[in-house]
Design a binder for this molecule. Structure first.
Ligand code: AMP
Length: 214
């Protein structure tokens, strides 16, 4: 299975991506996570990406496309992959569609997670994650058992530096302008599945598998 996961910030892409990738035994490739790793390690790519990420803006298409095309060539993607946070613009989508056609790795599905705007803000501002194992919590809707600490390994939870109110506003504007048009793009390619992403992670997961198993 080769799947793309679409949706605004806070739609639950990261949480659902882990479930889908686990179910199909395919790697979960999150461009946001990969950029954050590169920023943390101070690589040349990380240094270039950081300035854009801090402002909630998109990293330039040329950097992202080359990076993802290189990633999906690795052997762990032989049976498919799940892309989370890519593509984010029409030029990224068009370049990747062309790449997949030329390399016999056509996409099977674009899953679009739909959530109303007022929910997005509380989901993003309440989001906390474990820097050690990546588990994502929400202080309002899915708090850890011990405040501020991961249920799985006890590590102190962190808030992403771009989850602040101002940056979230920019990220939502960028989403509406640059990423929302991808919904029409993948509908025209006949691979779009729109999922109601309001509910518990388990409820949303069930809807996604029902759509994908079709
Ligand atoms: P995310 O974790 O998916 O919300 O991504 C965090 C940040 O990484 C975004 O706000 C962008 O600055 C950058 N980023 C992630 N994926 C992409 C992409 N496909 N194109 C451009 N920038 C990206």
């Amino acid at each position: 299975m080769r799947i793309i996961l679409l949706g605004p910030p806070g739609a639950g892409k990261g949480t659902q991506a882990k479930a889908i990738a686990g179910h199909y035994g395919i790697p979960h490739i999150s461009t946001g996570d990969l950029f954050r790793e590169n920023v943390g390690q101070g690589t040349p790519l990380g240094l270039k990406a950081k300035a854009y990420m801090d402002k909630g803006e998109l990293v330039p298409d040329s950097l992202v496309i080359a990076f993802v095309e290189d990633r999906v060539q690795r052997p762990d993607c032989d049976n498919g992959f799940l892309l989370d946070g890519f593509p984010r613009t029409i030029p990224q989508a068009e370049a990747f569609w062309k790449y997949c056609s030329e390399n016999d790795c056509q996409l099977n599905a674009a899953v679009n997670l739909e959530v109303p705007l007022d929910l997005i803000v509380s989901r993003v501002s309440g989001r906390r994650s474990c820097p050690s194992c990546g588990t994502v919590y929400n202080v309002y809707t899915n708090p850890p058992k011990t405040e501020g600490h991961c249920d799985k390994d006890g590590t102190e939870l962190i808030q992403r530096s771009d989850d602040t109110e101002d940056t979230v506003k920019t990220r939502l504007e960028v989403y509406e302008k640059e990423t929302a048009p991808l919904i029409t793009y993948y509908r025209s390619k006949n691979i779009l599945d729109t999922i109601d992403a309001v509910g518990t992670p388990a409820e949303v997961e069930k809807r996604i598998f029902a759509a994908l198993d079709k």
